[in-house]
Design a protein around this ligand. Structure first.
Ligand code: ADP
Ligand code: MG
Length: 238
């Protein structure tokens, strides 16, 4: 699929300017974490990348192609929300199938993809249950499964662990990391949690009030924070 590239991206909601001149590239296969305080524009940026939100100005390219007018499915991007975004009245199997059915995939292809995702996430035993019959961690795996079955080029995660308790967050974080090592697909992961960013990322993008404050590997940012905001946010010793 190639590199995701954002150039001079701006976003305003009416008079409120929430993203300012964002320039950013994400390489094929990279695990990138967007981190910053609540309200800094992380979700808006993710929704723009997904194609769920228009930009006010700027350009979004994937593999050199302008995708600004394309839908999420056409961009081959799948987004993982918090686990409560599952359809409560549908079985796990149906939750996984639903998006593909809407896209008119063949039944045999849908079943094959569900079987593969269920195996990968160890949710085979729960396929015929409803979300309310699952634990928080199992639900979160189903939410991830719903993205996997689409076989996207890019996964987007918006604070996917925020509903889970501390122990489950650590476990699910490790599962997402393992999934990335296994499928090596580009993942962009949004969090306000510095520890998640430091432990999961190949590359961290620090956002502050709608601007990119610094980009680098966890070690680079920790050792060479550009300013006090970055240092303070990551807990660097300076
Ligand atoms: P984060 O995910 O980092 O917490 P958001 O992207 O949700 O931040 O929000 C960034 C800013 O944009 C906030 O000030 C928020 O109030 C504003 N905002 C987000 N979505 C909308 C919208 N649909 N209409 C108006 N303002 C919005
Ligand atoms: Mg958000």
């Amino acid at each position: 699929m190639g590199e995701l590239k954002l150039s001079s991206l701006n976003k305003a909601f009416g008079a409120v300017h929430v993203l300012h001149d964002i320039d950013l590239s994400v390489k094929d296969g990279e695990f990138v974490v967007f981190v910053g305080p609540s309200g800094c524009g992380k979700s808006t940026l993710l929704r723009i990348i997904a194609g769920l939100e228009d930009v006010t100005s700027g350009r979004i390219e994937i593999g050199g192609r302008d995708v600004g007018q394309l839908s999420p499915a056409e961009r081959k991007i799948a987004m993982v929300f918090q686990s409560y975004a599952l359809y409560p009245h549908m079985s796990v199997r149906k939750n996984l199938a639903f998006g593909l059915e809407n896209l008119k995939f063949k039944r045999s292809e849908i079943d094959a993809r569900i079987a593969e995702a269920a195996r990968m996430l160890a949710i085979e035993p729960y396929l015929d249950r409803k979300p309310r019959q699952l634990s928080g961690g199992q639900r979160q795996r189903v939410a991830i499964g719903r993205a996997i079955v689409r076989e996207p080029d890019i996964f987007l995660f918006d604070e996917p662990l925020s509903n889970l308790d501390a122990a489950l967050r650590v476990q699910t974080r490790a599962e997402i990391t393992r999934l990335h090592q296994q499928i090596k697909t580009t993942m962009i992961y949004v969090t306000h949690d510095q520890v998640e960013a430091m432990t999961m990322a190949d590359k961290i993008v620090i956002l502050r009030a709608g601007r990119v404050e610094q980009v680098g590997s966890p070690l680079e940012l920790f050792d060479y924070p550009r300013n006090l905001f970055v240092a303070g946010f990551l807990g660097s010793p300076r």
